[in-house]
Design a protein around this ligand. Sequence first.
Ligand code: CTP
Length: 393
Amino acid sequence: MNGKRVLLIVGGGIAAYKACELVRTLRKAGASVRCVLTAGGAQFITAMTLAALSEQPVHTNLFDLKDEAEMGHIQLSREADLVVVCPATADLLARMAAGIADDLATTLLLATDKPVLVVPAMNVRMWGHAATRRNVMQLRADGVSVMEPDEGPMACGEFGPGRLPEVDAIAAEISNHFTNGHRLAGKHVIVTAGPTHEPIDPVRYIANRSSGKQGFAIAGALAALGARVSLIAGPVALPTPAGVRRIDVETAREMAATVEAALPADAAVMVAAVADWRAEAATIKIKKQAGALPTLSLTENPDILAGLAHHPQRPGLLIGFAAETNDVLEHAIAKRQRKGCDWIVANDVSGDVMGGDANTIHIISANRTESWDRLPKDEVARKLAEKIADALQ
Ligand code: CTP
């Protein structure tokens, strides 16, 4: 972290005392730290403590003329490489998610164009409340990284998720941001994920089985390496990964049009399980009639991956997925050639992979096949993002 500049916003809550330890740890690792203490934070620790540990003035008040004269709030964030909010209370998360700027901390957070890492700590029920869930999801959609709190006994006597993670884990997250966070900076990657739904009538549809988990994890892993990610998602109920721009679609044709509109891109990763066929959808619900079966007349959907392969704005690196139940490698190799993509990521879905959390995959390119055995989907995503970064560099 040598020479890196961290702007640390310390919110209220008993975990504020750990922010002092974080300042020491970051400085020991070579970073410089400037602190902003909220009014809530100042109920638990003093500006003097933070000033002594950071060896920098501590800012507390938006309207403090001395602060503004010496260093305006815009300047404060301009001079940072990363803004860290630790601890972040439920109230601070809510104000951030709503774009409220009613004190120095929130004004600074609204004005900054620097990456923001939020480390929440609060009572287990506040963390689990629908409003906090919604705010965290909104912040992640806005590109803010939100660390998951630890689980354990809490200062309030309850037990569960909500504790501030260990200081070393927070420092590791910050260090990881500095070492890996730029590998894909300036690159745009399109990711498709989830199934598509092809309506039969207003209540029925044709779909492929897909949880969307692998595609969402890949989108998140690419964003963590600094890529600008457009995640084009079929109907799934998954939270948007940090730093990812998500566009929800329903049908294959909507997905194809949205992919097209997102071009140009440096790479595209087509993880979606696109329905191969669509039916001519009835505008009103088809009623069941005794003895008579409805006939579905199917039309083939556009092949989005093959379309991209022949597009004038073909992404430099085009990656397809192949979920196969038998002769996995053979089918996947043929599919790579047929679709005209650079790599095919093949997985065997004959077991319990669908909707599960682990995956054994083979990455097939023109001249080699690499296999990763039974990895969690997050790990597959991380390794694939690294491999994409290697290829784009
Ligand atoms: N794909 C796509 N558009 C489609 C169908 C598939 O973009 N209409 C993409 C998928 O996102 C995936 C790859 O193509 O990256 C392979 O998908 P798959 O369903 O395995 O291919 P199919 O051509 O449908 O082959 P199969 O005969 O095995 O169903």
